[in-house]
Design a protein around this ligand. Structure first.
Ligand SMILES: Cc1cc2nc3c(=O)[nH]c(=O)nc-3n(C[C@H](O)[C@H](O)[C@H](O)COP(=O)(O)OP(=O)(O)OC[C@H]3O[C@@H](n4cnc5c(N)ncnc54)[C@H](O)[C@@H]3O)c2cc1C
Length: 559
């Protein structure tokens, strides 16, 4: 099956020109040939296909005599080619590995699209810059980027603008706006607030994932982030200093962060997870063109360089079973009208955890129940294609220098029920798609995150038409930004991606020892889990950590 990383994309072509030193020609080419055909159909998860196949996978498996049997016994089959599955495959690339991915493209929720040379994310946007302090302990995420040629030691990514990566830094590149005003992070958070988060981030104890400090998990995972924000005694006892009071705008921005990042709120989120995410935002954010898909594509490229047959796309895994000898596993995948049976000594399950209960018949009962108790939220990612550059549209420098834009409503979140807050907004979070590209293009793209953070949000999303959501986003974005310069005539098109179960809710109590996650991710001999879900919160760092843990287990098991 064809994969995007094989072909030369339009963007690759344009950046090739730019590397050759003829950027102005590339710009003229882009202006002269704007992509004309509107997308007009959902990308992201294919809801219809997923429901059709996974509702009753057994009908495909009824007649084993029809199966295509691949008798080679592999070391490992990896099920799912998102960030966790790809990283697992990359780290195990010297073994006999096969990765099966159901979609035509790898990347999972870290995928991108392209419009006139601008690579835009249709899912995950950025990661926390992992470069360790000089003389500090190694950071495995930094080592991975180093290995992939995506990061070097000592780079100053605020200033160096001739490479395809960039830091977004707090006040500089985060703009908050209402319908009439724009302000920076420093204007809503007090010095004391900022110092507190920087202290948690830099000097610790830091709530890292996977956790290294069980006492901290115990102190923070059983309470909500909201409770934590106002518990000065607890803050003092752990860090010897306090966060101090939050301004009404800081409270509002905090609430919207959880809304935009997880599709939830500070009531529902564990303080451990909440603080892990929120304090990390006070460090450097590492942005690639098209978001984290840049990393997924590089992983895919490097894996294929080593072994062009290691990744098979368009393979819908239906069932994972232990072999008769109980020492091997068989993986049944649907591909182009046929069921294929693969065999391996070990399997790494790198698909969303909720699918394990359908795909692995011999899960233990308590594990099945634990998985069923996890809750997910749905998202739409809308890319608003703009006919002009950011600085031509927006008069305010805070807006056109921003990577992240947060829409505020001047709502007193203290006096609102979460359900009301959740239902009020269409979006709070925007990212500027071209932020990390060093070429200057005559266009811009705004990536708008639209969560559905309430019970039945997924059902609602399932039945909403493309046209409805497109009109909803257009209206909301014009409401929020027209005072700042955006006009309907600037918008060429809005492209929509929808994701059904991409965000696990990081509820209090899930992560602590003995919590549901521990049961949900229980491995068996030769069966391991690697996915962001198994840490209970959606982040690339969690996907990578879970991949490293699975690799360690596989290596131990296979010897
Ligand atoms: C809208 C959105 C924005 C986000 N933004 C960020 C961000 O800015 N920064 C960040 O760190 N994180 C972000 N995340 C979190 C993101 O989930 C993780 O960063 C990471 O990309 C997850 O990778 P994964 O491999 O664990 O999972 P996934 O990306 O879910 O990968 C799972 C893979 O399994 C495949 N699969 C599923 N079923 C089958 C089957 N039956 N057979 C074969 N293959 C199958 C899927 O197609 C997919 O490729 C965001 C998530 C979303 C949805």
């Amino acid at each position: 099956m064809k994969d995007w990383t094989h072909g030369i994309t339009r963007r690759g072509f344009l950046s090739g020109l730019a590397v050759a030193g003829i950027t102005p020609v590339a710009q003229r080419v882009a202006r002269a040939f704007p992509d004309a055909a509107p997308q007009k159909k959902w990308t992201g998860d294919n809801f219809e296909e997923a429901h059709e196949i996974m509702r009753n996978p057994y009908r495909f498996l009824q007649d084993p005599s029809e199966w295509v049997r691949h008798d080679e016994m592999r070391d490992v089959v990896i099920v799912g080619g998102g960030m966790a599955g790809l990283t697992t495959a990359f780290l195990l690339r010297d073994r006999n590995v096969l990765l099966l991915e159901r979609e035509p493209q790898t990347g999972g929720v870290s995928k991108s699209g392209n419009w006139n040379g601008i690579e835009y994310s249709i899912g995950a946007a950025y990661m926390i810059d992992p470069e360790p302090e000089e003389g500090g302990p190694r950071n495995p995420n930094f080592d991975l980027l180093l290995d992939l040629g995506l990061r070097k030691k000592g780079e100053k990514l605020d200033k160096e603008r001739n490479i395809e990566r960039r830091w977004s830094e707090g006040s500089e590149n985060h703009c908050l706006f209402t319908n009439t005003e724009a302000f920076s992070e420093g204007e809503i958070h007090s010095k004391q607030n900022i110092e507190f988060f920087e202290h948690v981030n830099d000097e610790g104890p830091t709530p890292d994932i996977p956790p290294t400090n069980p006492k901290l998990v115990e102190q923070l995972d059983s309470i909500s982030y909201k409770t934590f924000l106002y518990d000065e005694k607890l803050q003092q006892s752990i860090w010897g200093k306090t966060l101090g009071p939050l301004s009404p705008r800081a409270r509002e921005a905090t609430e919207y962060y959880f809304w935009g990042a997880f599709g939830t709120n500070t009531w529902e989120t564990s303080a451990y997870h909440g603080l892990n995410f929120f304090s990390a935002e006070f460090g450097n954010i590492l942005v690639f063109p098209g978001g984290n898909s840049f990393i997924a594509k590089r992983l895919t490229e490097r894996i294929r360089q080593r072994n062009p047959q290691l990744i098979e796309t368009g393979h819908y895994v239906l069932e994972i079973e232990t072999g008769k000898d109980k020492k091997s596993w068989s993986v049944l995948a649907y591909h182009e009208g046929k069921v294929h049976r693969y065999q391996a000594r070990a399997v790494v399950f790198s698909s969303p955890l909720f699918l394990a209960k359908r795909m692995i018949p011999n899960l233990l009962d308590d594990q099945r129940k634990a998985i069923e108790s996890l809750d997910y939220r749905s998202f739409v990612v809308a890319n608003v294609l703009l006919r002009n550059r950011m600085d031509e549209i927006f008069s305010n420098e805070k807006i056109h220098n921003a990577y992240e834009l947060t829409r505020m409503h001047n709502v007193d979140v203290q006096r609102q029920m979460p359900e009301v807050l959740n239902g009020q907004k269409v979006f709070s979070d925007i990212c500027s798609a071209d932020f990390a590209s060093w070429r200057s293009t005559p266009y811009a793209v705004l990536t708008v995150y639209r969560p559905f953070p309430y019970a039945h949000g997924r059902d609602r999303l399932r039945y909403l038409t493309y046209e409805y959501v497109e009109a909803e986003v257009r209206k909301a974005i014009l409401e929020g930004l027209s005072h700042h310069g955006l006009k309907d005539t600037h918008i060429e098109e809005i492209r929509l991606a929808r994701w059904g179960h991409p965000m696990i809710i990081p509820r209090p109590g899930q992560m602590a020892p003995g919590g549901v996650l521990e049961t949900a991710r229980k491995s068996q001999d030769g069966l391991y889990f690697a996915h962001t879900d198994i840490q209970g919160a959606p982040a690339i760092e969690n996907a990578l950590a879970s991949a490293r843990a699975a690799v360690e287990n596989v290596n131990k098991y296979l010897g």
